[in-house]
Every structure is written in C-alpha cells, then in structure tokens.
Design a protein around this ligand. Structure first.
Ligand SMILES: [Zn+2]
Length: 323
C-alpha cells in the first residue's frame, strides 16, 4: 500500500480571507527523522521511493482533483530530503495553483526550495509550546524556541507564511498549566505566525503518552479548555492588530481531532458534538460569536477539576523550568 497516501480529503481553508476548497493529503513516507516525541504515533513505512510518493499524490488528485489550496502532511518534515525527495517535491510544486501548505521541523526549513514559484507558501512548524522546558522535557521535541524563531524569520524574509502548531496539554501538565502554557505560547509566537493552530492532544496507540493515560495520570484536555484558549487568543490578536493599519490578521484555528472520544479532547459526552462543531466553525469563520453562549452543566465540573487538580500539585513548570 505504499503507493497510496495514508489519507486524503477535501476541506475548507482560508485564502486571503476567502473560504476555499483545500485538497489535503497525508503522505506515507519513511517517517520523521527525529521520531522521539512522546505523543507521536505516526507509523513508519520504510522504503517509500520517489515513485511511490508520486503515485500517492496521483491517487489523491485522481480522487479529488487539484483545489485552490493544497495541503501536504507527512509524518515529519516536507523539506527533509530523506523523507520527501527533491523530485517528489518538484512534482507537488508542478500541481499547485494558488497556495501550498506543508509542515517541517525548523532545521529543514532552510532546505525549502519553493519560494518564488508563483504560489503562496505556508509552512507549519510544530513548535508545540514556546516554553523550552516543556517542549524538551515533557515532549522531547529536540529543538529550542530560538530554532523556531530563526526558521520563522527565514520564511518571513522569503515571503512565506508561518503556521505555528501548538499542543494543548502536553504530557505531565495539569489542565490549568496547559491552558496557561498555550495562552503564553500564543503571545510568544504571534509576531511570527500567519496562522496559529491549536492542537489538543490525541492519544495514539503504542505511545508513551498512552502509558500515562492508561495509568490514569493523564487525561486529554477538556473542550472547555480549548474554547478558553481560543477566546483568549482571539482577544490577544485583536488587541495587537487594532493599532496597525490594514495588516492581515493572524488566523487562529483548532482542529479537535477525535473530539468526544476518551482518547481525544472531550467534555461530558453530552455536549462534545456541539462544542467541537462550534470550534470548527470558529476556525473557518474567525467569528468569535460562535464561541459565545456555549452551555452545558459540565462547565462547572471543568472549573472545579481545573482548580482541584492544581491544588494537588506544586507548580512543576515554574519550579523547574524558569519562567
Ligand atoms: Zn457537557
């Protein structure tokens, strides 16, 4: 099956404040060269050739056709030659019309070979958090905020956009610490980002985070936490951009993958569908009103949970991680 992508579909994306179709392809590659993050569950397929990658792309295109925006996910870095060869990348470039979105670890951003090809480029970087302690001790990500800044500045200099991925509730953080970490990270990466994507943790099989979850010392975040982070982020973006003239505003999005399941971001079970659909609506419309007046009795439980859980901990992050 190495000549078929992991998955492909059409979804909505924003392009110059319009909502357009986006062909999204998850390529089956030989895997991320780092492969040490504690919540990473991407499978590894050895021996995927350039020809296989081209066939995977052809498969997606024969199914859905090329759309205004093309988004390519790999299990790691699009610009890592070992993962996606130069020839396979050129093949992708030849198909893109208006905009290409890919993802890469910071170290491979400097290998980018598609500036000035006539389409808009946005590169997703999985920063996860702006806090080096959390990123490297709790997630084992293996790069610093400074590495991210350098890569982001390089992309901006070359007129590409930066899509910063933040992880909501890395392992070992309490719900409250996770909310605060995410809000702080948004503030820190705002000036580099065209899009900030908040990714609530999903627990894949056979991962370190699954062990923590099975031992009942980790619960994926609440949807209420995601709503809180998005609302704070939105007001942060508004307060930062109001003073500037006609500057394109930063888009804040969240894809609550698997929302409602015990392995994913969830609330009480009754409201999960409504809240996650409001989050998706907000992500595409950037209309904060859809996140107002959301109600369920479990909101009270969440508030209690956030406070009670935290009183049982001393503040690990501030004690050990500086800040
Ligand atoms: Zn509820």
């Amino acid at each position: 099956m190495i000549d078929k992508p992991v998955s492909c579909w059409v979804e909505k994306e924003r392009l110059n404040s319009k909502i357009v179709d986006c062909l999204t392809i998850i390529l089956r590659t030989r895997g991320c060269s780092w492969r040490k993050c504690l919540m990473c569950g991407f499978s590894i397929s050895a021996n995927v050739s350039e020809d296989d990658l081209k066939k995977q792309i052809d498969f997606a295109i024969s199914k859905y056709g090329v759309r205004d925006v093309v988004k390519i996910f790999t299990s790691g870095s699009f610009f890592d030659d070992r993962e996606v060869s130069r020839g396979a990348r050129d093949y992708v470039y030849s198909l893109v019309d208006k905009k290409l979105i890919v993802e890469s670890r910071p170290e491979y951003v400097f290998n980018c070979d598609c500036f000035d090809l006539g389409f808009e480029l946005e590169v997703g970087i999985g920063l996860e958090t702006s806090n080096d302690f959390i990123r490297n001790v709790c997630i084992n990500k293996g790069f610093t905020f400074e590495d991210y800044e350098r890569a982001a500045e390089y992309l901006i200099e070359n007129k590409a956009g930066v899509r910063t991925y933040l992880l909501l509730k890395p392992p070992f953080l309490s719900e409250k610490e996770a909310i605060e970490d995410c809000i702080q990270s948004i503030k820190d990466c705002l000036k580099y980002s065209r899009t900030i994507s908040i990714n609530p943790v999903y627990i894949p099989k056979n991962t370190y985070i699954e062990k923590l979850w099975k031992a009942k010392i980790y619960r994926p975040p609440w949807l209420w936490s995601a709503v809180k982070v998005l609302r704070r982020a939105f007001s942060e973006i508004k307060s930062k951009t109001n003073n500037k003239t006609n500057k394109n505003e930063v888009c804040i999005i969240c894809d609550p993958v698997g929302a409602g399941s015990v392995r994913a971001v969830h609330n009480c079970g009754k409201c999960d569908k409504d809240i996650s659909s409001a989050i998706r609506k907000f992500s595409i419309s950037q209309d904060i009103k859809v996140l107002e007046n959301l109600k369920c009795s479990c909101e009270k439980t969440w508030r209690k949970y956030v406070n009670v859980e935290n009183t049982a901990r001393f503040n690990v992050i501030s004690e050990l991680g500086g800040e």
